[in-house]
Design a protein around this ligand. Sequence first.
Ligand SMILES: Cc1cc2nc3c(=O)[nH]c(=O)nc-3n(C[C@H](O)[C@H](O)[C@H](O)COP(=O)(O)OP(=O)(O)OC[C@H]3O[C@@H](n4cnc5c(N)ncnc54)[C@H](O)[C@@H]3O)c2cc1C
Ligand code: SF4
Length: 581
Amino acid sequence: MSLFSSEAPLGGPFDHPAKDDGLKHLGPMQRIKAPQRCFNDSDLVDYALVGVGSAGGVLVQRLARAGFKVIGFEAGPFWDTERQWVSDEAGSRNLYWNDLRITGGKDPLALGSNNSGKGVGGGSVHWASFVPRLHPSDFEVYTRDGVGADWPIDYEDIEPYYELLEREMPVAGPAYYPWGKPHGHPYGPHPMGEVGNVLIKGCTALGIPVSAGGPVAILSASHGNRPHCIYRGFCIQGCKVGAKASTLITHVPDALAHGAEIRDNAMVSRIGMGKNGSVNGVHYFDAEGIEHFQRARAVIVCGYALETPRLLFNSACPGHEFGLANSSGTLGKYLMAQAGNVILGRFDNLIRQYKAPPAHALTEEFYETDPKRDFARGFAVQTVGPLPIAFAKQMMTAKGLWGWGLRRAMMDYNHWSPLGLLGEILPWEDNRIEVADGRNGRQEAYDKFGLPVAQVTFSLRDNDKRLIEFGKNKVMDIMRAAGATEVVQEQRYAHLVGGARMSATADTGVCDKFGRTWDVPNLFVMDGSVFPTQGSANPGLTIQALAARTADYLLMQGESIFTSKARDLSNPPCRRDLSPT
Ligand SMILES: Cc1cc2nc3c(=O)[nH]c(=O)nc-3n(C[C@H](O)[C@H](O)[C@H](O)COP(=O)(O)OP(=O)(O)OC[C@H]3O[C@@H](n4cnc5c(N)ncnc54)[C@H](O)[C@@H]3O)c2cc1C
Ligand code: SF4
């Protein structure tokens, strides 16, 4: 039985003990983890969510508001932003998933601070919060270009959720954004930093349109308790003041206020299978390393493109020997990263790249397939803002500097402007995540709980290489047109998605268009791993929009999700009333 009956779909505020708990003297950021509702392992909750990051934060909030009993399991801590976050580049390392992962292939991905987060808010805590939408063409890449795959949804299915999440974050940007399907933004654009001015100057000289001041989920004016941005560029170190949107501050407080439990420092090790082909809960390790089992009527895995397939593989059991929800054989496959080359230009005038959010201007003029080019799909060019340690690493890679040479380059930091390429790498079957369990030629490595870690294989194909070469040269042209006296570049990747893709049919993917797995009726996947293709937009807005849509689907389905194997693929109404207040 749910605490809140399905006849009364809105749960309403949860009357938790924090209301008059003497914590009123604390600021709003410290009050986030006020005393919260706690379930027992023996309680049968409606939903156990694995991972409270970008997608999980949105889902847990909506399910709690709708009155479901819901627990969000999170491997990392519930951040105390006042005490644990520092305005220090090296000190922010713990925001990332730093545990061992194995990387390989011809073009191995750097894993660690290049990808997922760990802790409540997940990757939205350290993201730069650039939030462009996907374009309508992204949903039918195979039909249009004969490469990649089509999504089982189209742009119109997700459009209302883009609008909704842009208001919930909220997003600052120009009143008219021309690319994809043109649209506006709820908050006005940010002023330009010097890196943005470099992009504008270079693009204007070459006749390339630029979007100035967003789209970015950073406040250009105060919003409720949250102050506007103070323009000191520590966004990917965790914004201490709360001007940058993360689900930790935009959705989790509302989830707690409506009766969700966020169980932090709780690493889910395996999903439990019942006798009737349905899942029945999750096994997890608590902060002391003690293993528990939490009963649940349905499980939603929101663990990120790497950890979600890893957990499904590690949950293999009789009847699902090759991993849960893997009858198609696609689990772990079609992993994607975006090309994320950083191009650095030296200018005689001062740039001071840290004096603005890294994300504040971009062009999507090269986003779509152009038959005049020798590759399919395209790329965006964006402002980025490496702080000194990242800049030093880029200089080491780009120029081979060390010792005195590197010191001289560091003393010149304020004269360098970075720009980032964001290029669409296509989904290839053999770019994949497996688990390092020592079987079938795989390596063998375990984490501190004895769980096989993720083993990642990644190689570029010809289309990817041609796209990167063209895009890199285009950004270098822009940099020179802006007046750079020296231009260098570092090849890197960004934004991992895929590995548990959604599909129109059960034999081509892991889950349907709402994240419901094809094989197990009460098991869902909802995070960046469900992307069939990725476009050259940063993925975070789409991830959160998809999560909100799945929540609406679950509400529409009600109790039948827990009890029925029937699959209703009709679209739910968009529940704007479930937005956090
Ligand atoms: C430096 C940087 C900058 C970025 N900037 C942008 C940007 O500007 N715009 C943008 O759109 N995207 C950006 N991204 C990418 C973005 O942050 C991610 O794509 C997004 O957060 C992924 O969302 P998710 O829900 O898939 O996973 P996450 O947000 O990573 O959430 C997954 C959560 O699940 C938890 N978890 C995993 N496994 C388990 C388990 N077994 N048990 C319990 N918990 C578990 C993790 O600890 C984590 O908190 C950036 C990424 C990086 C690294
Ligand atoms: S630049 Fe703005 S959004 Fe970024 S950390 Fe500083 S205050 Fe936060």
